[in-house]
Design a protein around this ligand. Sequence first.
Ligand SMILES: [Fe+2]
Ligand SMILES: [Fe+2]
Length: 194
Amino acid sequence: MTEVTWTRMEEGTKADYERLAPLFEDHARGSLVDNLAGLLRMLQGPKLGYQVDRYEHSLQSATRALRAEERIDLVVGALLHDVADVFAPDNHSEAAAAMLAPYVDEQTHWVVKHHGIFQGYYYFHHLGGDRDARDRYRASPHFDACKHFCAEYDQNCFDPAYASEPLETFLPMMEEVFARPPQVAGVAGLDPTS
Ligand SMILES: [Fe+2]
Ligand SMILES: [Fe+2]
């Protein structure tokens, strides 16, 4: 493979970037599901005082969504809703949502982005906080969906006796979701409106 002759991006030509862009895209997309599965596996181990580790929590979340016959976007969203704990522990909801944004429907993105504050309904008050902090989002069309997500696919997913599906069950769903044309505003060639 021919490498570019320059070391500073400002020196690249249109022809350079037209050749480089698909190389990156093919590489990034080709390894995305494997990389995300690897991040999920990094949640294995520490239970942090709960009865299950965060890997089992994630599988349980996705399994409950799957068994409730939720759409594929939400099942994948459930599987990955806590994956950003690995690299963004203090804003894991927003980080996971940003990662999912180009590929999933708007409601799944919103639910993942806000699940942290909605999950707070179950424990913020025990720590001196406001369990109703989620109420600031009452006007959102996705409020009920996020409330439902936390009630049915998050706060209840700490059960060591629950028979979760293995990660392999969800890999084809991840492959399908992350094979979609990305919806990224403002990026030529990626933005369907450009
Ligand atoms: Fe979370
Ligand atoms: Fe969670």
